[in-house]
Design a protein around this ligand. Structure first.
Ligand code: PMP
Length: 411
């Protein structure tokens, strides 16, 4: 098991108080906190070897280039990519997904063909496909939701048919916690000759993820949700997929030869990284990967199953409170969305904040899913490596108190 007491000492922010009480940070699906080693990697870069990369022969530039490329290798190893040249730096998951939409789908999806996504996608993995479908005259199909918060795959073979060019799915839902069967979806996509893209924003930070084992062509994820800095994300793509992709940003760094009339593209992965990259945050993301590897991703996942199971049991005892997503903690990530008709999600958020508890409230960038669930908003607690069962107790007490406060009208 993870030694959470020791881990917490690595995160300076966790010792602060909010509204006079210790911070209970349960908004990890939105963004995670950063250990000292990640913060130090950023400071070290700016204090000792800040420089532009790839272009210089001077020492600082070579040190910065080496450190950024080392980080790329670490990220490649972390998800078992076949090569670091399959790792493209982006700003975040959203940009990585848009890179596939603009660079791959706009090139390869034709009128009358299909793009298939799911009913539980984050807007970032839905809106780009709406646009591609509209611009290419393609059809966007949605794999529906089952009662238990999983995907209903009873019609999967007719929805993912031979007209399908791209299948995409969120690996772990940020709104339900559901872990989707990405390996099976990859196999079905392959059967019909479609590419398969995984939104790994909520899986890569929380469980061992092996892109080759899944058999996906693309996977997108963000540094800031896995203990790394904001402003850095990743698109993993199989080499053959990258070779069939067009860069959607053109300019410096991504070219090989330029004349007044024309230009040729640089090698992979630089072809997709126009302009000066986010050197500092890429190095910071590498430090985050080191930290997670030090903990062991199997143990990270085990910890989350345990704390999620504990929270589900505790929430299950609160009358009139609905918890969405699969009942079995083995089938979900560390995300607990809760809802009652009596208390608005934002009121939950405000009352919990007074107790120092940070949760997210709202539609979690999944408006169509909220409509399917028949709610306007939920409150969502989400866990990570530093969260404890004691914090779950504080949360559950505060939720009960908020419900008493609003239900009794005893203000
Ligand atoms: N997909 C999922 C499943 C997410 O949870 C998020 C972040 N909430 C995103 C995509 C978008 O990530 P980012 O904001 O880092 O681009």
């Amino acid at each position: 098991m993870l030694d959470t007491a020791r881990i917490r000492q690595d995160f300076p922010i966790l010792s602060r108080k909010v509204n006079g009480v210790p911070l209970v940070y349960l908004d990890n699906a939105a963004t995670s906190q950063k250990p000292r080693s990640v913060i130090r990697a950023l400071v070290d870069y700016y204090e000792r070897y800040n420089s532009n990369v790839h272009r210089g022969v001077h020492t600082l530039s070579m040190e910065a280039t080496d450190a950024m490329e080392e980080a790329r290798q670490k990220v490649a190893d972390f998800v078992n990519a076949e090569s670091p040249s399959c790792i493209i730096w982006t700003r975040n998951t959203t940009e990585a997904l848009n890179l596939v939409a603009q660079g791959w789908a706009m090139e390869h999806v034709a009128a009358g063909e299909r793009i298939v996504t799911t009913a539980m996608e984050h807007h970032s993995n839905l809106v780009p496909w709406q646009r591609v479908a509209r611009e290419r005259g393609a059809e966007l199909r949605i794999l529906p939701l089952a009662e238990d918060g999983a995907l209903d795959l009873s019609d999967v073979n007719s929805i993912i048919d031979t007209r399908t060019r791209l299948v995409t799915a969120v690996h772990v839902s940020n709104s339900l916690g559901t872990i989707n069967p990405v390996k099976a979806l990859a196999a079905r996509a392959k059967e019909v000759g479609a590419a398969f893209l995984v939104d790994g924003a909520q899986s890569v930070p929380h469980m061992p993820v092996d892109v080759q084992d899944i058999g996906c062509d693309f996977m997108a994820f963000s540094g800031h949700k896995m203990l790394g800095p904001t402003g850095i994300g990743v698109l993993y793509a199989r080499r053959e997929a990258l070779e069939r992709m067009e860069p959607f940003l053109v300019g410096g760094e991504m070219v090989l030869q330029v004349s007044y009339e024309d230009a040729t593209w640089n090698d992979l992965p630089m072809r997709f990284e126009a302009g000066t990259p986010n050197v500092a945050d890429a190095i910071g993301m590498g430090a985050a990967v080191d930290y997670l590897n030090g903990l062991g991703m199997d143990r990270v996942r085990e910890h989350e199953i345990q704390i999620t199971g504990y929270a589900l049991d505790a929430f299950g005892e609160i009358e009139d409170l609905d918890v969405f997503g699969p009942a079995d903690p083995e089938k979900r990530g560390g995300v607990i969305p809760f809802h009652t008709t009596e208390v608005h999600a934002h009121d939950f958020g405000t009352v919990l904040d007074r107790r120092g508890i940070a949760v997210r409230t709202g539609h979690h960038c999944t408006m169509p899913l909220m409509e399917t669930l028949g709610v306007a908003a939920t409150a969502r607690a989400s866990f990570y490596v530093y969260n404890t069962e004691e914090e779950v107790d504080v949360l559950v007490d505060a939720v009960k108190e908020a419900m008493r406060y609003f239900l009794d009208g005893s203000r």
